[in-house]
Ligand binder design. Structure first.
Ligand SMILES: Nc1ccn([C@@H]2O[C@H](COP(=O)(O)OP(=O)(O)OP(=O)(O)O)[C@@H](O)[C@H]2O)c(=O)n1
Ligand SMILES: [Ca+2]
Length: 494
């Protein structure tokens, strides 16, 4: 046997082997950086959204090692607490805490037991509790004590139950939609946030103009970028309270014009043929209507089904005359021109989605809504036998209110209407303030960008593909080179 001798064989082979080994090490390192651990350990967080109309429990989940990266936290589970919001328990505060039990038991099942002690639980109450606090502070404290006591009885890490401010509600809703849309680490624009609840509504966006009022401005530094936000929350302008305001105004003018007994409230925002007897205290028991003096006990609520008259009546709840700034939305509140795309969620979505009005032009939306409002009540009930009549009866009002709020209130135009996206979820997580609230309280969004920015997923896939191709070509070259060398050597021997 003759040994093949070639003086530059060895360095070439060593070089190629080194390239392959380094390549494999880089691939493994990138896989780790790309946050695709072999076995994913998760952490959890619970936020209770104690809204004016109801309470929801949200369970969030994220990979234990990579909690500071945008888009890593996702909604694992949500549970709707049965019954009304916690503010409805003012006369029976213990009932508020007890109402959370079923959903909290569910949370115990959904989160692995060994994670329970480290899982934070937060409860944030919104406009319903703000109103109760205005009306009766002692009662609102008792309700908060009751829910706090209930939450402390679970094996999680209780972090507090409090009434959040309207500014926090707006700002955390904005953080949620931009975190979920992965806008926060890119130089691209952000998404404004429009939230419509039962008792308040929020508008939050990055404006182009100066913010003239200190109360409406909020600054964040997230992942190394500065955000200067405009935000405002209108208490009493959620859809349930706005209905009361609007009906109250109509009742007042009816009382002035006609003192017959019982009073007939002829309402263009309800369908023709709709006729219900209501009692004044039931409809108007809210601090949003303190100045209105409405003594009569019962009245007939009669539908007329006239969209344009309905819009006229709703306009009366917005004061668009007085403005101490260069420009206002309504009620003397400063607002810069709306700018950029907006995500409109909660009742903005529920109502517009129910009426199939989430993707039309403003003109078409108005036409369709006018036709819907004039549809007889009997037909509406026939078409939707499974929906509670109370909710069904209010969609004409609610959608007309939404259009009026967006157009006359926030000054969206037929042109900027198309920048509004009616959304419920982004990915598998709900749009709302709860996720932003938890990200903030757990410091999961760092002010500065991490030192090693991640390669985007598409870039990672392309890189891995090209690198694998390179390794394959190198292996083939080595193979052919050796084959040729061996053959040459064999020929030499022959
Ligand atoms: N699928 C749903 C859920 C809720 N709603 C109604 O939409 C309104 C707002 O609901 P939500 O956003 O849950 O309000 P809350 O959070 O309870 O109120 P707030 O934010 O003002 O405290 C309420 O009138 C509720 O009855 C609806 O029409 N359809
Ligand atoms: Ca809400």
């Amino acid at each position: 046997m003759v040994k093949v001798k070639n003086p530059w064989h060895r360095p070439v082979v060593i070089f190629l082997a080194a390239v392959i080994i380094v390549g494999i090490i880089i691939m493994v390192a990138i896989s780790v950086i790309q946050n695709k651990p072999l076995h994913q350990k998760c952490k959890y967080g619970i936020v209770l959204d104690a809204g004016s109309s109801h309470t929801s429990v949200f369970i969030y989940e994220w990979p234990a090692e990579k909690e500071n990266n945008t888009g890593m936290v996702r909604q694992k589970h949500t549970c709707n607490v049965q019954g009304k919001g916690i503010s409805s328990y003012s006369a029976n505060p213990q009932g508020a805490g007890a109402s959370l039990q079923l959903c909290m038991e569910e949370a115990k099942q959904k989160i692995p037991a060994h994670r329970h002690p480290e899982t934070p639980v937060y409860l944030g109450a919104t406009a319903g509790m703000r109103l109760l606090r205005m009306e009766n502070e002692e009662a609102s404290d008792k309700v908060l004590d009751s829910v706090a006591h209930s939450l402390k009885s679970y094996p999680f890490s209780y972090q507090g139950a409090r009434i959040i401010s309207g500014q926090e509600e707006g700002a955390f809703g904005w953080i949620t939609v931009n975190y979920l849309s992965k806008n926060l680490r890119k130089p691209t624009g952000t998404l404004g946030a429009l939230d419509l609840g039962g008792a308040s509504t929020q508008i939050t966006f990055v404006p182009q103009q100066n913010i003239e009022s200190y109360d409406n401005s909020i600054d964040f530094r997230l992942y190394g970028n500065d955000y200067h936000l405009y935000t405002h929350s209108f208490l009493c302008y959620g859809k349930d309270q706005a209905l009361k305001l609007s009906m109250g105004k109509k009742l007042e003018s009816t009382l002035k014009a006609d003192k017959t007994d019982p009073i007939e409230l002829r309402d263009p925002c309800f369908h023709p043929g709709y006729n219900f007897t209501r009692t004044v205290p039931n409809v108007f028991n809210t601090p949003c209507m303190r100045e209105m003096k409405l003594a009569n006990e019962t009245f007939f609520h009669v539908g007329l089904g006239n969209w344009s008259q309905c819009q006229q009546s709703i306009r009366k709840v917005f004061n668009t005359i007085d403005c101490p700034y260069s420009r206002c939305s309504f009620n003397g509140v400063f607002q810069p021109s709306v700018y950029g795309d907006f995500g409109a969620f909660s009742a903005f979505f529920f109502v517009m989605d129910f009426l199939n009005l989430t993707s039309d032009t403003l003109a078409t939306t108005k036409q369709k809504l006018a036709a819907y409002c004039s549809t007889p009540w009997k037909k509406i009930v026939e078409n939707h036998p499974n929906i509670k009549e109370k909710y069904l009866s209010e969609y004409c009002f609610s959608a007309t209110y939404i259009l009026t709020l967006l157009e006359d209130g926030y000054k969206f135009t037929s042109n900027s209407w198309k920048d509004i996206r009616f959304i419920m979820k982004i990915g598998d997580s709900d749009a709302g303030w709860t996720l932003g609230y938890m990200l903030n309280l757990t410091n999961m969004i760092p002010a500065e960008a991490p030192d090693t920015p991640l390669m985007p997923y598409e870039g990672y896939v392309t890189f891995m593909f090209l690198f694998s191709l390179l390794i394959l070509v190198l292996l083939l070259l080595v193979y052919f080179y050796f084959r040729r060398s061996t053959r040459t050597a064999q020929k030499d021997i022959i």
